[in-house]
Design a protein around this ligand. Structure first.
Ligand code: F6P
Length: 377
């Protein structure tokens, strides 16, 4: 055996993870004579040393499977809940890495996983990452795998909502995932022809949305589809949460307390926990302002489930096989990013802690406006 590699999937599951595991595993084993083991359930499984041998048969028949055969979790190595305590498990992870004589740990994940992998790199491990998430918000890659599948699912949902909204002359407010980034809502909204698209990057004015819906009614279109990203906020809510975040920051600085109650931590103004209420509130407000009946559809985790699209399988396979090549070359501490039809090794310090949101001058925003979509501003 030339090299020993470990692989884990962390964060929310995403279509294409198994295609990526297969890509890394087949290339590592077949082309580069490496041995691959998987750790179950993300970093938590690595702490518990729960492994699965990824060879031959284990890598077959998984290309089209949704989810992850390894299981996943949102646990962080340096802050792992154990009983009623939160413990830094970095040393345990290091020990298990060495116990398996690993040359490299491959971490498949979104923004949080990139950060955790970077921490492990700084602690002394050879790591390499792949960018996955339906949110498409990982920095320094053109796209993440999982996004295309979720885009298909959300678009199909908007397509289906059109006929029922039309039949009942209703407004349908459809909430789309994406965490703090509007890629999924914007992409699906454009592809599905939503009449209003609301994303976290553009705080919305409910009166302007109501005006746009009323203008449609006057033009004989007595229904509207409002695609709202789970992180989208009204102008008022946005301002209120920014102020609360500032206050919280000042408070924290004053106290210099490291163990503030996370339940009271409002420092992220785009926390989707707020947006869930926003969607229902927006629907009620639109009913009041337009006199039209409104309904809410929350797509939720259905957007992450099921068979990965061909585009995601292709992307995940490209990135997975490139990952094995990089390991063969001893190229560690990087994320295997998608760049056009190729790949690029991006140093982890350029990815960790960064988030790719929709730039306000992004062509998709211009496209939406040019077809007459209201963006809430
Ligand atoms: O990051 C992927 C994602 O599906 C987000 O779009 C969403 O905000 C979040 O995960 C939901 O997380 P969970 O599956 O833990 O409820």
């Amino acid at each position: 055996m030339d090299k020993y590699i470990g692989i884990l999937t962390a964060g929310g599951d995403s279509p294409g993870l198994n295609a990526a595991i297969r890509g890394v595993g087949k290339a590592a084993e077949g082309a580069f004579n490496m041995r691959v083991i998987g750790f179950r359930d993300g970093f938590r499984g690595m702490v518990g040393n729960r492994t699965i041998r990824l060879e031959g048969a284990a890598l077959s028949g998984i290309l089209t499977l949704g989810g992850t055969i390894l299981g996943t979790s949102r646990d962080k190595p340096h802050k792992m809940p154990v009983g009623d305590r939160v413990i830094d498990m970095t040393d345990v992870i290091m020990d298990n890495y060495h116990q398996h004589h690993l040359d490299c740990l491959v971490c498949l994940g979104g923004g949080g996983t990139q950060k955790n992998a970077f921490r492990l790199m700084k602690a002394g491990l050879n790591v390499i990452t792949l960018p996955k998430t339906i949110d498409n918000d990982v920095a320094m890659t053109d796209v993440t795998f999982g996004f295309d599948t979720a885009l298909n699912i959300a678009t199909e949902a908007i397509d289906r909502l059109h006929s029922t909204a039309h039949s009942h002359h209703r407004i349908i407010v459809v909430e789309i995932m994406g965490h703090n980034a509007g890629w999924l809502a914007l992409g699906a909204g454009i592809a599905g022809g939503a009449d209003v698209i609301l994303i976290p990057e553009i705080p919305y004015d409910v009166r302007k949305i109501a005006d746009a819906i009323l203008a449609r009614s006057r033009g004989g279109k007595h229904f509207s589809i409002v695609a709202i990203s789970e992180g989208a906020l009204s102008i008022e809510e946005h301002a209120r949460l920014l102020a609360a975040a500032e206050e919280q920051k000042a408070e924290k600085k004053k106290k210099k307390s490291k163990d503030a109650d996370p339940a009271k931590d409002h420092s992220d103004p785009y926390d989707p926990g707020y947006a869930e209420n926003n969607t229902a509130r927006l629907s009620r407000q639109l009913e009041e302002l337009t006199g039209l009946e409104a309904r809410v559809t929350i797509l939720g985790h259905v957007q992450r489930g099921g068979i990965p699209s061909p585009a995601d399988r292709l992307l995940a396979t490209r990135l997975g096989t490139a990952c094995a090549s990089y390991i063969n070359d001893g190229r560690y501490g990087v994320m295997v990013a998608a760049r056009g039809d190729g790949v690029e090794a991006v140093p982890l310090d350029q990815v960790a802690g960064k988030r790719k949101v929709v730039p306000l001058d992004h062509p998709w925003i211009e496209t939406a406006r040019l077809v007459g979509t209201n963006l809430g501003d």
